[in-house]
Design a protein around this ligand. Structure first.
Ligand code: ARG
Length: 570
């Protein structure tokens, strides 16, 4: 609703042209000068085969925004809007009073988000951090703009790693029995990790063990009762352990399905693909070719021994999700290094849908929201001294330790935890998700600069000011009033927030929300430096307190969309 008058007038102006281009408002270029900008004229001009500058002037002249904003044309054909001073105040008051900060999109979709993706019996490592953190933020952002969202963790619980884990268990437990010990069935997650490591080592050292691990996987998938019982036990222990991480990271999953859950759908799916000519034999295995040449590998659907693979369960999961939710979109928040795997799965599903293969229609839009790696100072993926991917737990511990160093002594452990997680998450979310970033506890925990703790502090400071205002007997917030340029600057930043959320939802980039929150917080800091608040004269004081309340609430909404909690005091 924030700049609805401008948006509506723009839409009317654009609608006069015979090509469908929807105008969007964005923050101004740093040197553009205005309060908001619309760059969509360039697109319209391209379609209309007109000079963008001429078209922009034509549109600017046609827009009647008297009393609302002044329009100028800058650059190659940007429309710049400078809100009329009285209108900033009117808009700010209306926005602050509105039921919800962000307007819903015109056509809400059902979106499944596939994120987290931990493998049972393997400790979560640094790569999983990003999937959990970005996935949760996207879940919140998509919901905030009105989409129906189903989040699914998609446990890795059905492939060769399980065969290796079972091998590890068999080997260790048998040796314990031989040594006169009693097999312990109440394993911890760490012990399971040990079993997996052992199984994995064995398969690397000896082809006989590798065959055994493969055979375990096959027998499990074929329904061997003992193996299924062991697997269920392991899965339950593992899930209980992972739950702790999920809680700590504050992720929410509507469904906790795994690869194994779609196993019953595989035979019919493979038969349908075969019948449609999309799955063919190759050296005894079954593959789904997605291109004519060898520019992309085929999707491996069934090994020659009959077992299914990662791609098989991913395809069957598409079929399952269509049947369960009929989604418009499935967003996979998965490491960029799995790009080829997902791309080939998507292509095969699209081929199947195009010729109406049963189960694959109506095919949702399949999107890979990929992300880069967490790196060390030298730019290499963050790892342990032994060169293995760092464990998520160690990363969180490092952040917690740092947080205890930086927060003051009288802050409780709960607040320190919120600060640590905020630092970790904001560092992860505030860059373009597709690029990697450097894990630097010192910098991410700093209370100044573009960090999670800085934004938490901005909220806590507003709360503290409001508490003081309530105590000094001069009255609290009234109606928002703009009495100084610093008030106006802050209001304009806050007014831009809903557009940032929409951009984040469209581009699947939480960064847009981070940027908006940071811009509001810096405008707040400038306000503190330039004007009085509690000691402002009557009239000005209530209006400014109301403005601060609104700005603080907006930053805290932004943090909530990032999955970051706000401590009351810091
Ligand atoms: N379990 C996989 C891993 O740990 C990630 C799963 C990603 N999601 C998917 N639908 N393939 O690497």
């Amino acid at each position: 609703m924030y700049t609805s008058a401008i948006e509506k007038t723009l839409a009317v102006a654009f609608a006069k042209y015979p090509v469908p281009v929807a105008p969007v408002l964005s923050p101004p270029n740093k040197n553009g000068g205005g309060d908001f900008q619309c760059n969509s004229v360039l697109q319209l001009a391209g379609r209309m085969r007109m000079k963008p500058g001429d078209l922009a002037r034509e549109i600017a002249d046609a827009m009647d925004l008297a009393g609302i904003a002044e329009v100028t044309v800058t650059g190659p054909g940007y429309l710049n809007f400078i809100l009329a001073d009285g209108y900033v105040e009117t808009l700010a008051r209306a926005s602050a009073a509105a039921q919800s900060m962000v307007d819903p999109v015109a056509t809400p979709e059902t979106v499944v988000i596939d994120f987290g993706g931990p493998n049972i019996a393997k400790a979560l490592h640094v790569g999983h951090l990003r999937s959990f953190v970005i996935g949760e933020s996207l879940r919140r952002i998509l919901k905030a703009v009105g989409h129906e969202v189903v989040s699914d963790i998609h446990y890795g619980d059905w492939g060769l790693p399980i065969g290796k884990l079972i091998l590890g268990i068999e080997t260790s437990v048998i040796s314990t029995v031989e040594a006169g010990g009693v097999p312990n069935v109440d394993w911890s997650l760490d012990q399971l990790g040990e079993f997996y490591r052992l199984g994995n080592e064995l398969t690397k050292s000896d082809p006989v063990f590798y065959e055994k691990a493969k055979d375990n996987t096959l027998r499990l998938q074929a329904g061997d009762r003992d193996l299924r019982a062991l697997w269920s036990r392991v899965r339950a222990i593992s899930l209980a352990g992972i739950e702790g991480h999920i809680k700590l990271l504050g992720a929410h999953f509507d469904t906790l399905d795994g690869e194994s859950d779609v196993d019953p759908l595989i035979p019919a799916m493979i038969a349908a693909l075969q019948e449609a000519g999309l799955a063919t034999e190759s050296d005894g295995a079954l593959v789904g070719q997605v291109v004519e040449d060898d520019s992309l590998p085929p999707v491996l659907l069934r090994k020659s021994d009959g077992s299914s693979l990662y791609g098989t369960t991913d395809l069957a999961t598409i079929v399952d999700r269509i049947a369960k939710y009929e989604p418009d979109r499935v967003v996979y928040c998965v490491d960029g290094r799995q790009g080829v795997h997902l791309k080939t799965c998507f292509m095969l599903a699209e081929k199947a849908a195009a010729i109406g293969v049963s189960g694959f229609t109506p095919l949702p839009h399949l999107v890979h929201a990929d992300f880069g790696t967490v790196n060390d100072a030298s730019g290499k993926p963050y790892s342990t001294r032994e060169g293995k991917p760092a464990l998520l737990e160690d990363l969180i511990d490092e952040a917690l330790e740092k947080a205890r160093d930086v927060v003051t002594d009288d802050i409780d452990g709960e607040t320190a935890r919120k600060v640590a997680i905020a630092a970790l998450k904001f560092a992860d979310l505030s860059t373009d998700r597709r690029s990697g970033y450097v894990f630097d506890p010192e910098r991410m925990m700093s209370f100044t600069g573009r960090t999670g703790p800085y934004l938490q502090y901005a909220c806590a400071r507003v709360s503290s000011l409001l508490r003081k205002a309530a105590d000094d007997g001069r009255g609290g917030p009234g109606d928002i009033a703009i009495s100084h340029p610093a008030d106006r600057d802050l209001a304009v930043e806050v007014l831009g927030f809903p557009a940032a959320v929409h951009r984040a939802a469209i581009e699947l980039q939480p960064k847009a929300v981070c940027d908006a929150a940071y811009d509001i917080a810096t405008a707040l800091s400038r306000l503190y430096a330039e004007v009085e608040i509690l000691r402002a004269p009557d009239g000005e004081r209530e209006g400014r307190l109301a403005l601060l309340t609104w700005a603080g609430a907006t930053i805290s909404t932004a943090l909530d969309l990032l999955g970051i909690e706000v401590p009351e005091r810091m």
